[in-house]
Design a protein around this ligand. Structure first.
Ligand code: DC
Length: 213
């Protein structure tokens, strides 16, 4: 079973993905973290987004295990991740890591769940279930603000708007809802309600006959 979750930052992808992973015994990957790892290392090396050859070299050295490290969550790394995500060669390398993850040995898991921007459209177009989470920009900014302990709402909202614009407008695999995705607007939902709705959809539309954990 492959479940794909896409949507902009702050829509609730991560929270819903963790819930579903637990409930349905799925191996999960937050694919944005791969971009963040490359962003963090490129910041540490003092590279700028207009050095694609150097950034590609970094991408070629990372593995899926690198997502388990500190220092990936801040807005500076997020902004840089979005900037390097426009580089097609970098995407190609990170795409391969994601596809390998999606099709690797499942061990004791019942399937995989990946969340990101292009999972349903580019990484796993044949996923069994596709969810597209969204929420209005003010709500998404507020959630980020609370998660990251930032103090300036206007700054966070501006950085998110820039990121949304870049992620949506880039030529290479832009953020988009797959035609066969289920749309879940979480603006007025509590975390619990969003998770329940996603779970209900998956249980009843995609996984009929599959036992949950
Ligand atoms: O989900 P996130 O905020 O951690 O993602 C950081 C950036 O990585 C996002 O702004 C765009 C890029 N990204 C991407 O292009 N494709 C993905 N599947 C996941 C993230």
């Amino acid at each position: 079973v492959i479940i794909a979750i896409d949507g902009p930052s702050g829509a609730g992808k991560g929270t819903v993905a963790r819930y579903l992973a637990d409930q349905f015994n799925l191996k999960s990957l937050d694919t944005g973290l791969l971009y963040r790892v490359v962003a963090k290392y490129s910041l540490q090396q003092g590279l700028t987004p207009d050095q694609p050859t150097e950034i590609l070299k970094i991408a070629q050295t990372i593995s899926v295990d690198d997502v388990n490290q500190e220092g990936l969550r801040g807005e500076e790394v997020a902004a840089r991740a979005s900037q390097i995500a426009v580089i097609p060669d970098v995407r190609a390398v990170l795409n391969q890591i994601q596809r390998d993850f999606a099709h690797a040995d499942l061990d004791h898991y019942a399937g995989v769940i990946l969340d990101g921007r292009d999972i349903g459209t580019a990484i796993c177009p044949d996923a069994d279930c596709k969810l597209y989470l969204t929420a209005d920009p003010e709500t998404r900014a507020l959630r980020r603000l609370q998660q990251e302990g930032q103090t300036c709402p206007a700054t966070v909202q501006k950085m998110m708007a820039d990121r949304d614009q870049r992620d949506t407008m880039r030529p290479a695999a832009p953020l988009a809802m797959a035609k066969d995705a289920y749309l879940l607007d979480t603006t007025y939902l509590t975390i619990d309600e969003a998770c329940q709705k996603a779970s209900y959809y998956i249980q009843n539309s995609c996984l009929q006959g599959t036992r949950s954990a």
